[in-house]
Design a protein around this ligand. Structure first.
Ligand code: UD1
Ligand code: UDP
Length: 358
């Protein structure tokens, strides 16, 4: 089978890795297209090399820009590549602008497509990721849902494609990389951290980087909490701190670092006392690492992480962040929901290889 994967942003490289390995193991022809949505070395090249991913066959070099430019250019260039390659199936990952462009082009070219991480919803239609997920789910022929909640969402929306509960591909990335990370990463020593003696913070969502108040609230909360905080900063957030001239508000206990590689990130997740994040991927990894998570949003697509007690939603107000920290600090022993124990890459390939699918 000729399988074409389209990726462009950091979390998509991490989702691709275990599937790519399974595709190659089973002897299928694999073609990887990188749209170039993320291009900084520490968001792209480092992740590819740490995960042992092959160099993409095509890099469209689209880069950053307004929505219309970015998705428009992806559509134009992807159409050409997909027409030339004529894959048996396109694999589309997650909820980024790359996901949206891939969904539209594959549907127009009548190429079968499967959406990995289908059915996730947070109920906020103004959010770019929610729009991208809805479009991808409704244009896909096959929907690989990570959780029972996602399957129910797809049923409710009556999507055309066939949905399967396969678990989450990121679980397999985590499981494979964690022992390697423990052996290779020296981030704890490099940043002079004590195990379970620091908080890990990530924040990058559009809705959390639109106004300076969100950053000021988070910084105030961190100052009051007083524990050391490590913040590998996403370029979007870095840019906003610069534009609003907020660098002098950064509290003394906050260590701001460039985005770290995936291996360093896993070691930070495992050794932190609490994770504060608005990232989808990091919420799940917190559960897998056994570290309590405080999500800096009012909603989440990953309800199962809340139900098992590993994660809470606190929004971005100072007092609720502090209360959330006090509630979650020291918690452990979360039981992993069944959907996060499935081997998603194996199940996905089994389904793709079944005669009625392709
Ligand atoms: C994108 C996804 C988001 C995902 C995140 C993962 C969309 C709509 N959003 O958000 O769902 O959680 O990736 O990290 O697709 N930039 C750089 N270097 C880079 C990439 C970006 O400096 O390599 C800066 C640019 O100023 C750019 C900004 O970050 O304008 C935003 O990048 P973009 O890819 O549009 O969205 P993300 O915020 O990264
Ligand atoms: N990640 C990383 N380095 C960092 C921050 C995050 O490798 O400095 C990894 C993290 O472990 C997870 C993924 O990136 O696997 C999550 O991506 P991100 O938070 O950018 O996007 P989201 O999951 O919110 O779409």
């Amino acid at each position: 089978m000729r399988i074409l994967s389209v990726v462009g942003a950091r979390p998509q490289f991490i989702k691709l890795a275990p599937l790519s390995r399974e595709i190659r193991k089973r002897g299928h022809e694999e073609i990887i297209v990188h749209t170039g949505q993320h291009y900084d070395i520490n968001l792209s090249d480092i992740i590819f090399s740490e995960l042992g991913l092959p160099v993409p066959h095509f890099n469209l070099g689209v880069g950053s820009g307004e929505f219309g430019y970015q998705v428009g250019r992806m559509i134009e260039l992807l159409e050409d590549v997909i027409m030339r390659i004529k894959p048996d199936i396109v694999l589309n990952y997650g909820d980024t602008n790359t996901t949206l462009a891939t969904a539209i082009v594959s549907a127009r070219l009548k190429i079968k497509q499967a959406h990995i991480e289908a059915g996730l919803r947070c109920g906020i239609k103004s959010m770019p990721e929610e729009q991208n997920r809805i479009a991808a789910d409704h244009l896909s022929n096959i929907l690989f849902a990570p959780t029972p909640t996602a399957i129910n969402n797809l049923k409710r929306e009556n999507v055309y494609g066939k949905a399967f509960l396969v678990g989450d591909v990121m679980v397999e990335s985590f499981r494979i990389a964690l022992p390697i990370a423990r052996g290779k990463s020296n981030i704890i020593q490099k940043l002079n951290l004590k195990k379970k003696g620091f908080i890990l913070l990530t924040i990058h969502r559009a809705e959390n980087t639109e106004t300076p108040e969100t950053f000021l609230n988070i910084f105030d909360a961190i100052r009051i909490i007083g524990e050391k905080v490590v913040f590998p900063i996403h370029p979007r957030s870095q840019e906003m701190l610069r534009i609003w001239n907020l660098n002098h508000y950064i509290p003394g206990n906050l260590i701001l670092v460039e985005p770290v590689g995936y291996l360093d990130m896993l070691v930070l997740e495992e050794n932190s006392s609490v994770i504060m994040t608005d990232s989808g991927g990091v919420q799940k990894e917190a559960l897998l690492a056994g570290t309590p998570c405080i999500t800096l949003r009012d909603v989440t697509e990953w309800i199962e992480t809340i139900d098992c007690g590993a994660n809470i939603l606190v929004g971005t107000k100072k007092d609720s962040i502090i209360k959330g920290y006090e509630r979650m600090k020291g918690k452990n022993g979360f039981s992993i929901p069944e959907c996060f124990t499935l081997n998603a890459p194996e199940l996905i390939l089994d389904i793709l290889e079944s005669p009625e699918i392709i």
